[in-house]
Design a protein around this ligand. Structure first.
Ligand code: GDP
Length: 304
């Protein structure tokens, strides 16, 4: 089992760079560069459109980009790069997707390996630093190591953890955790959930059950249901987000592994089309490697 680093460790230390990116923004920028090297974009508008569609940018944003290229007679790569940066920043700066403060209960969901457990620890670190009292619910009872992993983080940070047995009922763990949180005057309950069950529909049903249990004691507006998305996910990210959103109505997204070579460009479509705020971004395995999502920093790095 990987030993967690203490919560006061230096952010960004021991960063592990991910190698297996699927859609690299750099690839998409390379494509645009090639298009522009063979003449002004106006003459290759269909190629530009194709490159944007391939990069999984949503259609509304694409039509805005194409219109601006024609209107402003953009003729070189630097011009289109600036245009894309402005349009992406604008779409992430809409009030409907602005990051808001986290709520009292956080349900972290997402596929296996996305970074849910690590993110749970990081979020608790932020709250603990401000004197907040946090309880973890180890509701990923499907993956054997998940409970141990969260327990190790809990031990390192002095956070209370409510857990069940491997393979036990996650909703029962959440039931206990909710009671403990209510009775123990806790400021935040963070629920780590499974990323995979025997079938996808099982997973969604389980998440629905977890949410129902929380709703017995907390009103909807005190619950954040956050999708944890790995920046390496590429094109799949949007369909993943759509599926989770349809099943359990997400309230936001956390983008993980922003330190990897892929920068998670797909979240632009997630934020814009599903109207979901990107609340935090994480950029390393250390407990401190998390910050409130900053659209400008994100877009700058995307085009770095
Ligand atoms: P889960 O299955 O969704 O709970 O994912 P984990 O929290 O177990 O994380 C999967 C792997 O990703 C672990 O090795 C983590 O240390 C690593 N990880 C999580 N967040 C980050 C991050 O922001 N950057 C990097 N480089 N690795 C991360």
């Amino acid at each position: 089992m990987r030993r967690p680093t203490p919560l006061n460790s230096r952010p960004g230390k021991n960063l592990k760079m991910e190698k297996n990116s699927f859609v690299k923004p750099r690839g998409f920028l390379e494509k645009l560069k090639n298009i522009f090297s063979s003449g002004p974009a106006r003459e290759h508008i269909e190629d530009v459109e194709e490159a944007l569609i391939e990069a999984d940018i949503d259609l509304e944003i694409i039509s805005g980009i194409l219109e601006a290229i024609k209107r402003d007679k953009i003729s070189d790569y630097e011009g289109v790069k600036k245009l894309l940066k402005d349009i992406f920043s604008d779409s992430l700066n809409q009030p409907s997707v602005a990051p808001q403060a986290l709520k009292k209960v956080i349900i972290l969901c997402g596929i296996n390996g996305a970074g849910k457990t690590t993110t749970a620890a990081k979020l608790s670190g932020i709250y603990a630093k401000n004197g907040g009292k946090v309880i973890f619910a180890a509701a990923d009872t499907f993956r054997a190591a998940a409970i141990e992993q969260l327990e190790a983080w809990a031990k390192a940070s002095g956070t209370r953890i409510i857990k069940g047995i491997d393979g036990g009922d996650p909703a029962a763990v959440v039931f206990d955790a909710v009671k403990n949180a209510k009775n123990g005057g806790c400021d935040m309950l963070i629920i780590d959930t499974a990323g995979r069950l025997h079938t996808k529909s099982n997973l969604m049903l389980e998440l629905g059950k977890i949410k129902k249990v929380v709703l017995k004691d907390y009103p909807e507006d005190e619950i954040d249901t956050l999708l944890v998305i790995d920046a390496n996910t590429g094109k799949n990210a949007f369909s993943q987000a759509k599926e989770f959103n349809e099943s359990i109505k997400l309230t936001g997204v956390i983008l993980t592994k922003f330190d990897s070579s892929a920068k998670g460009g797909s979240i632009i479509r997630i934020a814009h089309e599903l109207r979901l705020p990107i609340k935090y971004m994480t950029y390393g395995e250390d407990a401190g490697a998390i910050s409130v999502f900053d659209p400008q920093e994100f877009v700058d790095k995307l085009f770095d």
